[in-house]
Design a protein around this ligand. Structure first.
Ligand code: UFG
Length: 343
């Protein structure tokens, strides 16, 4: 059974990826410092798959600790590297934290991949690298020009992609896939794992769920005067289980040595844009629950519209998003109900 290291495996996307990897027959070892996640996530994963992943409560910036884990767990086939700080606002307030955490953890994991002769490295990147696409550039492809980052968080994703690309092109013992996510949403259909926002949610769907549950008075819709059909911003919302499944496809391609290039990059989305107001309406239809909302001013730094071209992932990885938006929203709501019952 091939062993995969999942850094940040207790997080939102990490935990769903752990489930998909285990279901595909991989043995998973999670490294997570629980800085933005909870240990109970491991129980949720175990309940879904019947297998408890190995777990190390360690920081990927700690090279000595990483080496000890890799020595203990060797042989290892690959790494999926999620562990990173990801709040756009916080990164503007505290850039050093973002550069330090996101760059050092990446470089430590790259060093481990080289030292322990891994085959594959899958990196968690973001459509944030495209910035605001020029008019007519939607859907964005992997060849759409990268724009200067608008936040230190976004910049760390760009720099990490460059570090990996340069290193792969210069020659390394392993190969890499960069995965650019659009907007991951939803929860596992079992409601055993889902998103755990801390404090006031910054992302749309967690806020919608909390507004629907009465935890927040109302959703603020940031702007209805954009140049879009209903005036609200457009994104490509991708189900977290579909997204997780793409990591299995990517990792399998690497461990089976099916990738010729030292590094390749894939967009992961649905290929469709959905507006904020459409998402709210679909949520109400799917769940039968009203979302109190009001239109407020634009949020600074927001992109008007972006969605992804996912033809390359369809063709090369044999992957596509299959869950309908309504089902994804229902799963997110079921997860919210479970959280409500816990508190
Ligand atoms: N929105 C609201 N009200 C809210 C929250 C969000 O109207 O309370 C709107 C935003 O204005 C935006 C859309 O919902 O139009 C999606 O917002 P999110 O914050 O959920 O997602 P973003 O697309 O803004 O951000 C995401 C990731 C970031 C990443 C960025 C790259 O969360 O990590 O994409 O574009 F940097």
């Amino acid at each position: 059974m091939k062993k995969i290291i999942l850094t940040g495996g207790c997080g939102f996307i990490g935990s769903h990826t752990c489930v998909e990897l285990q279901n595909a027959g991989y043995q998973v070892v999670i490294i997570d410092n629980l800085s933005n996640s909870e240990l109970a996530v491991i129980d949720g994963i175990s309940r879904i798959t019947g297998v408890r992943p190995t777990f190390y409560n360690k920081d990927c910036c700690d090279l000595v600790a990483m080496r000890t884990i890799f020595q203990q767990e060797s042989p290892i086939a690959g790494i999926v590297h999620f562990a990173a700080s990801k709040a756009v606002n916080e990164s503007v307030q505290n850039p050093y934290k973002y550069y330090r955490n996101n760059l050092i953890s990446l470089m430590n994991m790259m060093q481990m991949a080289q030292e322990f002769k891994l085959k594959g490295f899958v990196f968690s990147s973001s459509c944030t690298v495209y910035g605001e696409p020029d008019e007519g550039n939607n859907p964005v492809t992997e060849n759409t020009p990268i724009k200067p980052a608008t936040s230190p968080y976004g910049n760390t994703k760009q720099i990490c992609e460059e570090i990996l690309t340069d290193t792969m092109r210069a020659g390394a013992a392993y190969k890499t896939i960069l995965l650019r996510y659009f907007n991951p949403i939803g929860a596992h259909p079992s409601s055993h794992i889902g998103e755990l926002p801390r404090g006031v949610p910054q992302n749309l769907l967690p806020y919608v769920c909390q507004a629907a549950a009465g935890i927040r008075k109302e959703l603020n819709v940031f702007g209805n005067d954009y140049n879009t059909p209903d005036g609200s911003c457009i994104r490509d919302y991708i189900d977290v289980c579909d997204l997780a499944n793409a990591h299995v496809k990517a990792m399998t391609r690497l461990v089976e040595d099916r990738q010729k290039e030292p590094v390749d990059v894939f967009n992961l989305g649905t290929g469709h844009g959905v507006s904020v107001l459409e998402l709210v309406r679909t949520f109400e239809q799917a769940t039968g629950v009203k979302v109190p909302y009001r239109i407020v001013g634009r949020r600074q730094g927001d992109i008007e519209q972006i969605w992804g071209c996912v033809d390359k992932a369809n063709k090369v990885l044999g992957w596509s998003a299959v869950r309908p938006l309504a089902e994804t929203l229902k799963n997110a709501w079921n997860w919210q109900i479970k959280l409500n019952n816990k508190n």
